[in-house]
Ligand binder design. Structure first.
Ligand code: HAS
Ligand code: HEM
Ligand code: CU
Length: 572
């Protein structure tokens, strides 16, 4: 790490035992996350081979492990997109604000939350592994799973809300103890993201607790699929920002330091996070353009709000690029684009995250296509969509977290990264593999190849006359590249975790805070108008909730007034 600029340090540690316990807890969250990712990712290449026209699901070894393509797909979606992300984020966004504020938290409560979340995960895992919850990760009714699956999922999501409570309370106590001070940037970003997640999560909480659990226990005569689906996407769109904002925290606050540069503007960063708090949730109908019984008016309103929510990502794109340019020029970079070569591409912590950003330029552009109601019918439910989300959550988020783990684990455990070369090989091949995957899947999608289908076994004839040989081959090849990448990455990760402790990690791998070119300042009284306007997060939290009720209330109200209950199905 270059030290061209003096940077903020985490406040001094007063209680060594408490810090050790907090670090251990964070390590538990992160390791649980990567264990889930390991299992989830091992199934991915089988699916890529499926979209490459190669059916491996009849091989005895796979048959012994997975009852069907769809059981594998359910495990893949749940473990990667729901479990990996939630555990990583809960550890990461509890640790960061607590260290940032130098706060003391109730560690017993924090450990209880982790244990509860893990208990929820284990409960949901049992029916998933027994093929009693092969519902795919969106668990759309009337497909029905065992009650245990829904109860486990509810406990898992519910425990993330305990983290929300703990972080918001820690910040609030700090505010009371420090009147007139500006919330430090990393805390601001974390608190805003947790508040957003609270508002976002209400849809799925209502769906699972109010509808799916009573229904799967046989307490209600049936289920309304449209109502459940709408509640799901209330959460299901905003969850994508719950996945990507923790990566933005690293892109804004830490990546400049890894590159030897500075964050561009703290006030602008605060504005971006505030916009995410306000506008992430009331946009979910862009997943339901093709659903009947929702008026076009509401679909169109959600479409415009979706375009608005691209704005804070565009702010991020320009300001993070500027911070990279600042770093590269500090390292002697020249020319309009020549400076790019001066960035530390050989450092896997850095390259993982910047490659993640590059993949997100394409993923974000694809998202805007998906959101346009005129294009949506072409791409909806086709292979284009998995193409889109493997370069958003599957790379922008996952590759960022993979890069972060390379400094965070040494920081937490005092262990050392065993090989920068192997780590680099892992992250570059992940990027390459996902780019090839995205090309193959987007391309197939344009020919109408459907997503969520074991096409290699059942649908070869339908696509026989289509010119999809090349995208199909690319998808199969990408699966192999990604398998190699995953093996390399997990080898490095587990070797690091199993190695000996060298020191306490605070000095060799400190939290890589960056200095800002335009800081927010420390005192609210002396701060700019933008800083003062963005400070009262609690008030914006209430406003965010009101906006969601406004944009979802009438839509849901009509569905509840016209409930259409149908019986459950088990298709597996
Ligand atoms: Fe999406 C479907 C629209 C962002 C994930 N999305 C999905 C699904 C997932 C997902 C998982 O409107 C599938 C759900 C399912 O199973 O059915 N998405 C959007 C839009 C955005 C967007 C408008 N998506 C995400 C993010 C995700 C994610 C983030 C996860 C992390 N998405 C949709 C729509 C659908 C959808 C429709 C439904 C499709 C259908 O028909 O079913 C926007 O938020 C995107 C804004 C992003 C940008 C890019 C900014 C770029 C940045 C990087 C800068 C690079 C730098 C590097 C700094 C405008 C910040 C510079 C490098 C140097 C070397 C200098
Ligand atoms: C679905 C491959 C990693 C999240 C899929 C599909 C393929 C695939 C081909 C589409 C299946 C279908 O529609 O029938 C891979 C490969 C990976 C990988 C080769 C890397 C080795 C990831 C990661 C994440 C992820 C890292 C998220 C963190 C998902 C989700 C689905 C999915 C949420 C949708 C499941 C559903 O439709 O129910 N994956 N994937 N994948 N993948 Fe991945
Ligand atoms: Cu969405």
């Amino acid at each position: 790490m270059l030290d061209t600029h003096a940077a903020r340090q985490a406040p001094p540690i007063t209680d060594a035992a408490a810090l050790a316990s907090l670090k251990k807890l964070t390590q538990y969250y992160i390791v649980t996350a990567f264990l889930a990712l390991f299992v989830g990712v091992m199934i991915g290449p089988l699916q890529a081979l499926n979209y490459g026209g190669i059916n491996v699901y009849d091989l005895p070894i796979i048959r012994n492990l997975l009852k069907s393509y769809y059981q594998g797909l359910s495990l893949h979606g749940v473990l990667n997109a729901l479990v990996f992300t939630q555990f990583f984020i809960s550890g990461w966004m509890l640790y960061l604000p607590v260290r940032d504020l130098g706060a003391r938290i109730n560690l017993k409560f924090a450990w209880f939350t982790y244990l509860l979340m893990t208990a929820g995960l284990l409960m949901a895992a049992v029916p998933l592994l027994l093929n009693h919850a092969t519902l795919l990760y969106t668990f759309y009714p009337p497909m029905e799973g065992d009650a245990l699956f829904y109860i486990g999922a509810a406990i898992m999501v519910g425990s993330s809300l305990l983290v929300v409570g703990q972080v918001v309370l820690t910040w609030w106590n700090w505010k009371k103890a420090n009147p007139g001070r500006v919330t430090p940037l990393v805390t601001y970003m974390s608190v805003a993201t947790w508040m957003m997640w609270f508002v976002a999560s209400l849809g799925i909480v209502i769906e699972v607790v109010g509808v799916l659990i009573p229904w799967s226990l046989g307490l209600t005569p049936g289920v309304d699929p449209l109502l459940s689906k709408t509640l799901f996407w209330w959460t299901g769109h905003a969850i994508v920002y719950f996945w990507v904002l923790p990566a933005y925290i690293s892109w804004y606050a830490f990546i400049p330091r890894h590159a030897g540069g500075r964050t561009v503007s703290e006030p602008l960063t605060r504005l971006a996070f505030l916009l995410f708090l306000l506008n992430s949730t009331p946009v979910g109908l862009h997943h339901q353009y093709s659903d009947p019984n929702i008026s076009v008016l509401w679909k169109t309103l959600h479409m415009f709000l979706t375009f608005l929510i691209a704005i804070p990502s565009l702010l991020t794109a320009f300001s993070v690029t500027a911070s990279l340019e600042d770093a590269a020029r500090a390292r002697g970079g020249r020319g309009l684009f020549g400076w790019v070569t001066r960035l530390p591409w050989g450092n896997a912590i850095f390259s993982a995250q910047v490659l993640a950003m590059i993949s997100f330029i394409l993923g974000g552009a694809g998202g805007i296509v998906n959101a346009s109601s005129t294009f949506a019918p072409v791409v909806h439910n086709t292979a284009w969509i998995p193409g889109h989300f493997h370069i958003t959550v599957g790379t922008a988020t996952t590759l960022t977290f993979m890069g972060v783990a390379l400094w965070l684990i040494p920081h937490l455990t005092g262990k050392r990264l065993p090989s920068m070369k192997l780590a680099s090989a892992a992250v570059w091949t992940w990027f390459l593999g996902m780019m090839v995957f995205a090309l193959g899947m987007h391309w197939q999608g344009l020919y109408g190849v459907t997503r969520r289908a074991q096409i290699s076994a059942t649908a070869q004839d339908i696509y026989r006359d289509m010119p999809i040989a090349l995208p199909t081959a690319l998808t199969a090849i990408s699966g192999v590249i990604l398998l190699v990448s995953a093996v390399l990455y997990f080898y490095v990760l587990f070797r690091m975790l199993l190695s000996k402790r060298v020191d306490d990690g605070e000095v060799a791998a400190p939290i890589p805070y960056s200095e800002a070119i335009s800081p927010a300042g420390e005192n609210l009284g002396a701060a700019s108008r933008l800083v003062r306007a963005t400070e009262p997060l609690l008030a914006y939290w209430v406003l965010a909730l009101a906006l969601v009720l406004l944009m979802y209330g009438p839509v849901l109200g009509r569905m509840i007034a016209n409930l259409q209950l149908v019986p459950g199905w088990r298709l597996y």
